[in-house]
Design a protein around this ligand. Structure first.
Ligand code: SF4
Ligand code: MG
Length: 342
């Protein structure tokens, strides 16, 4: 697998000095070419902050305090650090290489502009060599690609259903054939049937066009169904990463177990819904040590003092791609055989 985007040790604060909130702490994450990487976690866990930071769209008082975001471009000889791009390079990177579909399409579309002119604006800005006729033709193709008839080109956003607006957002994201699409809670405002339709279509487009997807949601059942791999965040850190199947069959981190235990099984026998006691931490005063310790049913003495690092789990049923940040994984400390042991 070849990486297309590599996040290294990325940290983001809101505010500075004593009162700074560490929204994202030393996150390492790799998005491979052509894959769907799911990012899960309760609200406030840092998922969206991470997406904003890696595209340099972080609103103030958000500050990137460290790390790199390496883009391994299709035709580039060496990776480029997105955090070092000039404003001009960044504009080109954002539409040509990476595009974002945010939640709540109504707020992202211009209410006084037709679908056609919003699509064509992208071409006017980024493909000035295209003729008017080419822009119109391409815009109609894009709409068809996302399952909307081309006679909707003249519609204003308020004349479209919520699902159609979200599809228009996807069409806009696809306009310049980017390598990476970030979907941040792309379908939360829609009903369940519509959510599924849109995601299924997105996955078909991915097969056809070959882009990679970073799919962010708090809905773990959608993630399990649509992602190849899943990373789980808690209090600004990745606590577990594994292939989607492995995560679903046997998650290792107590928090992942809680998240996965809080939705009904997709296949196979029914299992009891367990959920997670307590609520996500106040990011202004994150618990010491493992931030999950006040809610963790398996916490022991060291958990309160030391922050566990994300480490590859070895020797677990040939599943070498799993990494977990939990002290249970250090048998010498926990007296426990290790979270991956079966
Ligand atoms: Fe629970 Fe300790 Fe593991 Fe944190 S490190 S998840 S508190 S067992
Ligand atoms: Mg969010």
């Amino acid at each position: 697998m070849t990486p297309v985007l590599e996040i290294r040790d990325l940290s983001v604060d809101y505010g500075q000095g004593e009162g700074a909130v560490h929204a994202v702490s030393s996150v390492n994450l790799v998005l491979n070419r052509g894959e769907v990487l799911g990012l899960a976690g309760e609200s406030g866990s840092g998922k969206s902050t991470l997406a904003y930071a890696m595209t340099r769209l972080l609103p103030p008082p958000g500050i990137i305090t460290g790390g790199e975001v390496l883009h391994h471009g299709r035709d580039k000889p060496a990776p480029v650090d997105v955090l070092g791009l000039s404003p001009k390079q960044l504009r080109s990177f954002r539409w040509n290489d990476i595009a974002i579909v945010f939640q709540g399409a109504m707020n992202s579309l211009n209410p006084v502009s037709t679908v056609a002119s919003q699509l064509e604006d992208i071409y006017r800005a980024h493909r000035p060599e295209m003729s008017r006729a080419q822009r119109t033709k391409r815009s109609a193709e894009l709409l068809r690609l996302v399952g909307i008839s081309a006679d909707r080109l003249g519609s204003y956003p308020h004349q479209l259903s919520g699902g159609m607006r979200q599809r228009v957002m996807i069409a806009m994201a696809l306009a310049l054939d980017p390598e990476i699409i970030i979907m941040d809670e792309p379908t939360t405002a829609l009903d369940v049937v519509m959510q599924r339709q849109i995601l299924e279509q997105m996955m078909r487009l991915r097969e056809e066009l070959g882009f990679s997807v970073l799919f962010i949601t708090h809905d773990i059942s959608l993630l399990v169904e649509f992602s190849d791999r899943i990373a789980i965040m808690y209090a600004g850190r990745i606590v577990e990463q594994a292939a989607s199947e492995d995560m679903y069959r046997a998650s290792s981190h107590p928090y992942s177990k809680g998240l996965l235990g809080s939705f009904p099984a997709l296949h196979g026998p029914r299992r009891p819904l367990t959920g997670i006691p307590g609520s996500p931490p106040d990011m202004r005063s994150v618990p010491s040590g493992c931030p999950f310790h006040p809610r963790c049913p398996s916490a022991f003495d060291v958990c309160e003092r030391e922050i566990p690092v994300l480490e590859k789990l070895s020797g677990t049923n040939g599943d070498s791609s799993r990494s977990v940040a939990c002290w249970l994984n250090t048998p010498s400390l926990s007296g426990h055989p290790g979270v991956g042991a079966t």
